[in-house]
Structure formats: structure tokens, C-alpha cells
Write a protein that binds this ligand. Structure first.
Ligand SMILES: [Zn+2]
Ligand SMILES: [Zn+2]
Ligand SMILES: [Zn+2]
Ligand SMILES: [Zn+2]
Length: 484
């Protein structure tokens, strides 16, 4: 597998570069389609990170047992035609690769003109330099305007450094270049956006090695900043906060007043975690970053702040700074959309008993898969929801949302609970319909125990969080014990 001359044949007259495994790769072969093996044409980016020609896309088929995300463009898929990838890709995940397209345009002339040149006086170094020169302008990130560092490619085909994209979507899940919605996914999991194999091999090659190394050193220096500690994120141990949801806070303790002042001078963000009686540190490991929207200062030194949850994080290590906690954090990521779909397909595959959710699921948009197979289930018999946690485990993701949403609407209609305008005021509508946002809405609307709030924060898939919501509802329904 890893002997240098294994799979890449090269002639003596073409530049050779070293890929990340130290293998000798012909630089021109990087721009070849892994399916048809000729210079890429109309490049299409696949979710496994490979780039193929549009014409090399195989026939598609209907995907089954997937109700989330419930979009028509995810209903069709194909078996990946590239070597070493056995995955079924959703057609929606395969998009024109904008960055590679421009790169191909830039190097096409150098590569195709030189390939006709069979003279023995062929200068490899010169050719290598030419390719490098042509390719370099296309390898800048549109956020930091520097050479890509760990490039990832979005669904709209644009490429960014992973850290740049993560920072950009922290607040709004739109592509920084074309403003297309990146689905809700990057907010949950920026790393589910694949890195481009072509770009990373090119960047790791000897052509750009020096520049990448210099970039790496610079980033390391930036990260360590003026302190030796990696613990730079201020942590507020207080309450549960959730992504996209508002958390109003009254700050009065002197140490948190200092923390607030520092946050306002910087990124306007801090981390929020729940206190914990079970952990030696006294607080939970997973929390949510809060962005400070508004501050109101009072003459007595207190402040009232309005915040919005951004990303979830996990504390890697922590320290104390002026009496409050500072931590080195990592983003808490969901599994990828493809894994999410595979999870649902697996869990719902052999359902023999149709579980009927209340009318919401029936009147909802029917999935293309069902319509085309003529297998539309009738929901007209009993109006009975799941009765055991095992029922919930086997329910399609769409039905989980419908069950939990109907319950929430019913309770709101009965007037037992009210929507807190400071928490959910301007965001209620979206959050009821969106499977990604619903659990955060649910956790803010209902008086959940802290342990359940923490379980929601720690879950790493949309399906898992919806199941947690549904199981909580089930215990309320069957035990008739409602905490309100
Ligand atoms: Zn091809
Ligand atoms: Zn693939
Ligand atoms: Zn960047
Ligand atoms: Zn874009």
C-alpha cells in the first residue's frame, strides 16, 4: 500500500511531488479525475472529499428509510464510483467544486501545453515552478486571505480554512462568499464538511510545503498569544444555555463583572456551563458559547445582559484567572449528515409495527421515497403515539419531531406554559419546524431537569436529541407527572 512506486506511474519528464504519505506523485495526476483518469472536466465535489468530472457521476437510485433531512434533493443517491469509498452519497451533497474549477482553469494551459512537449531537454523544475505559480492565486482563503490551512469545501462548492469557516458560521450559518445557507449542519458540526483530497495533497506537496509550514508556525504563535496558557475562554458556571436560544443574565458578582468587561472588550463571547455535583471540578464539561447582544449597566455596578447561544463546546482543560474559570475548549460536534442518515436508516430499517404519531406526521410533506413507491402509510386508525422508549427508538426522525411538536403545541394551547419573550420571543416559529432547532426550543420552553438539559447538550446527532425529547414527553404522558 505504501511503497513509493506502487500505484502512480510517472515518466521521467514530468515534475514529481511528494504527497502527505511521502509517496511520489506526478503533480499532473493530481488534476486527473479518479474515475476516468484524465484531466478533470466540470469538477464535482463529493462528500468523501474527492473531486470527479460531472460526466463520471453514476446513475442514481432512490434512498430508503431516511426522513431527516426531509428534502427532495436528498432522496436520490448513488454508490461512489471512486476507489476506496464504499459510501452511498446523497446527490444533494455533490456540488460543483468552485475552487478546484478555478484551479483547473489556472493550471490547464501549463499542464496541457507541456504534455505535448516530448523534448528531452524538458526542464522539470521549470515546469514545477510554472504549475506552482499558476495555482498559487487560487489557494487563498476568502476569509483570511492567506494560504488555505486545513481547507474544507462547503455544499455550495466554496473552500475555506476550517477555522475560518467555523468562526464565520458561529453567528450565522451562511457561506461567507455566496451567502447560501449551509443548512444547519456547520453550526452543529463544522468538521462534517469534508476537506478536499485534491487541495490537501497539493498543499502538502513540496510545491507549497514551506509556505504551509510558515503558516502553521504563525497560527501556533497566534494561538499561544501573550499568555503561556491555552485556557483563554472565560467560563460562567451558572445555568443551561443552548445554541440559538437567548439567555438573559443579571451579573452582580465582582469576578463575573470583570469577566463581562473583558468579554465586551474582546469577542463579546463567553462559555456557559451548568454546575455539577457529580464532577470533582464542580461544573459540567459540555456547555454553550454565549454571544453578548445587549448590556444594560446599573449605577450599583450590576449589569443585565441579553445573550444568544452560538456553538456547543467541551472543556479540555481549565484554570483560574482572577477568581473565574478560564478554559481551553473544543467545539462539540455532531456526526455528519451522512452518518445521521445512516443512523436513521439503521434504527428504522426493520420496523414491523407502524407507530402512529398524532396528525402532524400524516399531514406533513410526504417524502418522495414513499410517494414513488406507493407505500404511503395510512395514519387513519388509532390516534396513539409511542407507548415505550423502544417505540421511540424505532420511529423515523420526522415522526419524532411531529410527536414532540404536537405535544408542545397542545400544552401551549392549554395555557399551562407560556413562552418567555426574553428567551424565545423572536425565534419561536422556526424552532418548532426545524428538527435541529426544536430540541433547544423544547429545553427552553419546558422545565426540564438539569440532567436532561445536559443530555441534550452532550448528544451528537439531531436524531438522538429528538429521541431524548420524545422520551421525556413519554415519561410525562405515561406517569402523568408533569412538572408544571
Ligand atoms: Zn472523470
Ligand atoms: Zn465517495
Ligand atoms: Zn482562512
Ligand atoms: Zn458559497
Amino acid at each position: 500500500m505504501s511503497t513509493p512506486s506502487d500505484d502512480v506511474a510517472h515518466s521521467a519528464t514530468t515534475p514529481i511531488i511528494e504527497d502527505d504519505q511521502g509517496q511520489q506523485v506526478n503533480v499532473k495526476s493530481l488534476f486527473h479525475c479518479p474515475v476516468c483518469k484524465v484531466f478533470l472536466q466540470d469538477p464535482l465535489f463529493l462528500p468523501c472529499g474527492k473531486t470527479i468530472c460531472r460526466r463520471c457521476l453514476p446513475n442514481t437510485h432512490l434512498r430508503t428509510n431516511i426522513t431527516y433531512p426531509d428534502t427532495q434533493d436528498r432522496a436520490r443517491g448513488f454508490d461512489c464510483p471512486t476507489e476506496g469509498c464504499d459510501a452511498e452519497h446523497a446527490l444533494a451533497d455533490c456540488n460543483p467544486d468552485v475552487t478546484v474549477g478555478k484551479l483547473l482553469d489556472a493550471v490547464r494551459e501549463v499542464i496541457t501545453s507541456d504534455s505535448d512537449d516530448n523534448s528531452s531537454s524538458h526542464d522539470e523544475t521549470l515546469e514545477q515552478e510554472k504549475i506552482k505559480e499558476a495555482a498559487r492565486p487560487e489557494l487563498d482563503c476568502h476569509v483570511c486571505y492567506q494560504l488555505f490551512y486545513h481547507p474544507v469545501t462547503t455544499v455550495c462548492g466554496h473552500t475555506f480554512c476550517v477555522s475560518c469557516l467555523q468562526r464565520a458560521v458561529d453567528h450565522a450559518p451562511y457561506c461567507p462568499v455566496c451567502r447560501k445557507p449551509l443548512s444547519c449542519q456547520p453550526q452543529n458540526n463544522p468538521y462534517s464538511i469534508p476537506g478536499s483530497k485534491l487541495l490537501s495533497t497539493l498543499l502538502d506537496s513540496s510545491l507549497f510545503k514551506d509556505e504551509v509550514e510558515a503558516r502553521m508556525e504563525m497560527l501556533a504563535a497566534e494561538a499561544s498569544g501573550n499568555t503561556d496558557s491555552k485556557c483563554t475562554t472565560p467560563i460562567f458556571v451558572c445555568t443551561a444555555a443552548f445554541p440559538t436560544i437567548h439567555t438573559p443574565l443579571m451579573i452582580f458578582e465582582p469576578r463575573y463583572r470583570l469577566m463581562l468587561r473583558r468579554a465586551l472588550e474582546g469577542s463579546r463571547q463567553f462559555g456557559m456551563v451548568l454546575p455539577s455535583r457529580h464532577r470533582p471540578e464542580g461544573f459540567e464539561e459540555v456547555g454553550t458559547m454565549l454571544y453578548i447582544e445587549r448590556v444594560q449597566f446599573y449605577p450599583d455596578g450590576r449589569s443585565r445582559i441579553q445573550t444568544t447561544g452560538t456553538m456547543r463546546f467541551k472543556i479540555v482543560e481549565h484554570d483560574i484567572l482572577d477568581d473565574y474559570i478560564v478554559a481551553n475548549i473544543q467545539p462539540m460536534n455532531d456526526i455528519s449528515l451522512a452518518e445521521e442518515e445512516a443512523l436513521e436508516a439503521r434504527e428504522t430499517a426493520d420496523v414491523t409495527v407502524e407507530i402512529n404519531t398524532t396528525n402532524g406526521a400524516a399531514e406533513g410533506e410526504s417524502l418522495v421515497a414513499q410517494g414513488e413507491n406507493g407505500e404511503q402509510q395510512s395514519n387513519d386508525e388509532t390516534d396513539k403515539g409511542p407507548t415505550t422508549p423502544e417505540d421511540i427508538d424505532r420511529m423515523p426522525t420526522r415522526d419524532l419531531l411531529a410527536y414532540a411538536k404536537n405535544f408542545a403545541q397542545e400544552i401551549l394551547a392549554q395555557g399551562y406554559l407560556r413562552v418567555d419573550p426574553n428567551v424565545l420571543g423572536d425565534i419561536e416559529g422556526n424552532h418548532q419546524e426545524d428538527p435541529v432547532l426544536f430540541p433547544w426550543y423544547f429545553a427552553s420552553l419546558f422545565p426540564l431537569e438539569d440532567s436532561n438539559k445536559q443530555r441534550l447538550l452532550c448528544a451528537v446527532s439531531v436524531r438522538e436529541r429528538l429521541k431524548i425529547c420524545c422520551k421525556i414527553i413519554l415519561t410525562w404522558e405515561t406517569g402523568r407527572l408533569r412538572p408544571w
